[in-house]
Design a protein around this ligand. Structure first.
Ligand code: 0A1
Ligand code: ZN
Length: 881
């Protein structure tokens, strides 16, 4: 584990390397505890670089066995080797030479899951961002591209499957128990895209023919016996390959594409060239074990990793500051793919919810950073919602500003110019500027300035002049390291709605640039005046959530109700309803804090019932409307002095009021939506299940007993309905016999499958209230639980800390103390995981004073612990500020 103080890396310090490595040959002699890696590198001194310049290679916990140049062993005075660095001073005069490095590594002891490690006995690698240096000494940075040839030697019995990047070249026998395989990847790539997998695995295979006629063999490798659970992933892969051809003109470029699912993985998946390695959570699915949201997640992650082949692999990043170049863009691409496969509106609302839940708190808290950070101490801590999700929103805004045709032209130009290169955000923006003939320097501030801009908006209708004016003021608060901010270019999609619900088309727009249905806000204060407006319109702003901003508008309540009923844009409709509900819920929190019961007006209760009953609307959309803002959404909107118990009380009161008022029609709808026929994970069926399961929660509250949920649990033929019923039982009737019986039944049925049991762990960890802490402690002793496995740790500890507001933020601070100890334990094995979990405390300053002090003390405990990893140290120091 790296425990140094953490060097500060700065964007402005970027320098190209003195040496390049055009070719890399690796030979792995795989053994569980002593693997030998022979790396033969063709090294090229860059033109103009003096021969006296040493070659300095990165390492991490490496053991050097031997070193030679052009076939001759290097004398001890010619180099200096430590586990994390190899400096070679005795270099030949010629500018191109061969360097052979032999290292020894221990895959079994590697619990960081970076470099070469073993997951359930299978050898696998994870090299992004800096894991390759745990395999051999290398210029381990994304701007050093090399052509790789890899030979793997391993036990036939332990590792019948031998995979690496690129195309298979040769396989053969090495005596009774050993064999080998050789792979060659013709596409130069950075070391972070290297991968190797060796083990005993089952597989499914298929093929895809690209539009230019290349037949690609596809395979997905999984644990033996789980092959059938990979079929949906395979289907998603083929759809992704086709979609990238249709939507972006991008074809696949190797003869094979392999995916391997492993059970120990720090993130979702990894886009290694031709050999994607996945967390099994994003591959395995069938009706019995996966929920609709698991299916949607698989579809999205399969697509995401596949799309990286062009946005990430063919064009990679010059340095890690440019991470959003591949990530924001690829998230945007996977969002568009899912929108095309499912309901666009519902998908967009889900994206907005995710952005607000994960990225907005990051932007307002101590960990705020720009989409393109300018400095970091630990790059692993920058795989964030800001880089990914806000990065995607920035790309979306480029498309909104340019329109779909010019956007595509810009993308084509970007691919044409930079294929085979390591590029920057400047290169990306320039492609759009040149394609569209536009200047985007103000827009580029979205990459530089951290924080969520706020737009204050007021309106003025002049009946005599028939004009409607909208006045904007944009502001952006200070964030760590950035005190003064410049105004940004904010594209605001809008519509003006007449009293009859129809869109009004203005005669002209003065004062601001308006293109089609987009107002371009560029200055701090600006006013647009629409003319030819016969009647006072209701404005719908930020349609489609066209910019990642907060909106404080003076729109009267009646107008919000009108929009919630009539906005032609479903996102606008949902935003209006959410605003109304949030206002009500916050008012309720304040009353509860003052010792009073929340007041609930009939209008809002009626409005929710009306939308839910509207058969012309997509059931998935109705389900989204019926799901009230969550406790953390309410807390985020309140901003400060949060008392999670009061938040829960307010939310429960509104749920109850809606449930009681509509119990009858809800019950009828619940019955009408019952599953008929065999399970299908398609969006329409999933939407019906989502609505029905949301109704189940309300009905159970109205009825005040667990019977309905228990009946659903036992009658379910699929995991979506079963997990939803279990959720209601555990969260609403936690102490009941019905809840205990369902938990026992779930364990009896799925106790052999840890991935499925994660739902059982999370379900219990998120039961509201102080008692959850003891449950979590008990569950840590469960035979299937292990802090070493990231999925288990996230299912129990992660879910408790991020999705149980009242349980985690107990007023006595006990849960924070438990959390602290657990983070320190995890940090000893897997710093990346520990650091990521620790971000659950990032909003500690917005808590009410008693909890805030407990949280601060817990963070201080971590900060003062000895032997912290650089990962955790970086997060804790920034969180404390
Ligand atoms: N590039 C991957 C994310 C990823 C990043 C780091 C990892 O190291 C543990 C693993 C995966 C993606 O965007 O999917
Ligand atoms: Zn990615």
């Amino acid at each position: 584990m790296r425990t140094d103080t953490g060097q500060l890396f700065r964007l402005e310090d970027y320098r190209p390397t003195d040496y390049l490595i055009p070719e890399t040959e690796l030979v792995f002699d795989l053994h569980p505890e002593r693997t030998i890696v022979r790396a033969t590198l063709v090294v090229q001194r860059r033109e103009g670089v003096d021969i006296s310049q040493p070659l300095i290679l990165d390492g991490d916990e490496l053991k050097l066995v031997s070193l030679s140049i052009n076939g001759a062993p290097l004398g001890e005075n010619g180099y200096q080797a430590t586990p994390d660095r190899l400096e070679i001073t005795d270099l030949p005069e010629e500018n191109r030479f061969t360097l052979e490095i032999v290292t020894e590594i221990n895959p079994t002891a590697n619990r960081q899951l970076m470099g070469l490690y073993r997951s359930s006995g299978v050898y696998c690698t994870q090299c992004e961002a800096e894991g390759f240096r745990r395999i051999t000494y290398f210029l381990d940075r994304p701007d050093v591209l090399s052509v790789y040839t890899v030979r793997i030697e391993a036990s036939k019995q332990q590792a019948p499957v031998l995979l690496s990047n690129g195309n298979p070249v040769e396989t053969g026998d090495l005596g009774p128990d050993r064999h080998f395989a050789v792979w060659h990847d013709p596409h130069p790539k950075p070391s972070y895209l290297f991968a190797l997998v060796a083990g005993s695995l089952g597989s499914i295979s298929d093929s895809f023919t690209t539009r230019s006629g290349r037949k690609v063999d596809l395979a997905i490798y999984v644990e033996h016996g789980k092959e059938a659970r990979a079929l949906y992933a395979m289907d998603a892969l083929k759809r992704s390959m086709k979609w990238d051809e249709d939507a972006f003109g991008r074809e696949y470029d190797l003869d094979v594409f392999n995916i391997v699912a492993v059970s120990d993985f720090n993130m979702g998946a990894m886009e290694n060239k031709g050999l994607n390695v996945f967390n099994d959570k994003y591959v395995l699915a069938d009706a019995e074990t996966a929920t609709d949201s698991d299916y949607a997640g698989i579809e999205a992650v399969i697509a995401h990793e596949y799309f990286h082949n062009w946005t990430g692999n063919r064009i990679t990043c010059r340095d890690w500051f440019q991470l959003c170049l591949k990530e924001g863009l690829t998230v945007f691409r996977d969002h568009e793919f899912s929108a095309d496969q499912r309901s666009r509106a519902v998908k967009r609302i889900a994206e907005v919810k995710t952005l607000k839940a994960h990225q907005f708190p990051e932007d307002t808290g101590p960990l705020a950073h720009p989409v393109r950070p300018r400095q970091y101490r630990e790059i692993n801590n920058f795989y964030t919602a800001t880089v990914y999700e806000k990065g995607s929103e920035v790309v979306r805004m480029i498309r909104t500003i340019l329109g779909p045709e010019l956007f595509r032209k810009g993308m084509d130009l970007y691919f044409e110019r930079h294929d085979g290169e390591a590029a920057t955000i400047e290169d990306f923006i320039k492609a759009f500027e040149d394609a569209a003939g536009l200047e985007l320097s103000q827009f580029a501030l979205w990459y530089e300035q951290a924080g969520t801009p706020n737009l204050s908006v007021s309106f003025d209708y002049d009946a005599a002049e028939k004009t409607f004016a909208i006045e904007f003021e944009q502001s952006l608060k200070a964030t760590p390291g950035q005190n003064r901010k410049k105004p940004m270019h904010v594209p605001i999609e809008f519509g003006l709605i007449g009293p009859d619900g129809r869109e009004i088309v203005p005669v002209s727009a003065d004062g601001m640039e308006v293109t089609g249905n987009v107002i371009h806000l560029r200055q701090r204060n600006e006013t647009v005046r629409f003319t030819g407006i016969e009647e006072r319109p209701v404005p719908s702003l930020l349609r489609g959530f066209s910019a990642p901003v907060t909106l404080a508008s003076e729109l009267p309540r009646e107008d919000l109700i009108f929009l919630a009923r009539h906005d032609g844009d479903p996102v606008g409709r949902w935003q209006a309803l959410t605003k109304l509900l949030t206002g009500k819920l916050i008012a309720g929190v304040k009353r509860v804090r003052g010792g009073k019961a929340p007041l609930i007006g009939v209008d809002i209760v009626g409005l929710v019932g009306e939308i839910v009953a509207d058969e012309t609307l997509d059931p998935a959309f109705r389900a989204l409307c019926l799901t009230l803002p969550g406790e953390s959404d309410i807390a985020r909107e309140m901003g400060s002095n949060i008392d999670p118990d009061a938040v829960l009380a307010s939310r429960d009161a509104l749920v109850k009021a809606i449930a009681v008022a509509h119990a009858k029609p809800f019950a009828m709808l619940y019955d009408a939506l019952v599953n008929r026929g065999v399970f299908s994970p398609d969006a329409a069926s999933a939407g019906r299940r989502a609505l029905r399961n949301s109704l189940l929660d309300y009905l159970s509250v109205a009825e005040g007993n667990p019977s309905r949920a228990a009946a659903q649990y036992h009658a379910s033929d699929n995991m979506t309905d079963r997990a939803a019923a279990l959720g209601v039982l555990v969260h609403r009737f936690g102490g009941s016999e019905s809840a205990a019986a369902a938990l026992a039944a779930f364990e009896a049925r799925f106790g052999g499958d840890p991935l499925v049991m994660d739902k059982w762990f999370s379900g219990q960890a998120t039961r509201p209230g102080a008692a959850a802490l003891d449950t979590v402690k008990d569950l840590m002793r469960h035979k299937l639980f292990s802090l070493d496995n990231p999925n288990r740790a996230r299912a129990l500890i992660g879910a408790f800390a991020t999705a149980n507001q009242t349980g985690f933020n107990r007023a006595d601070g006990e849960a924070y103390r438990f959390f602290t100890e657990t983070i320190l334990k995890i940090d000893r094995e897997n710093p990346q995981l520990a650091a990521r979990l620790l971000t659950a405390l990032r909003s500690w300053r917005s808590l009410e004073p008693v909890r805030r002090e407990h949280a601060r003390a817990a963070l201080a405990l971590i900060a003062n612990a000895d032997k912290l990893s650089t990962d955790v140290k970086d997060i804790v120091e920034r969180t404390l500020g």
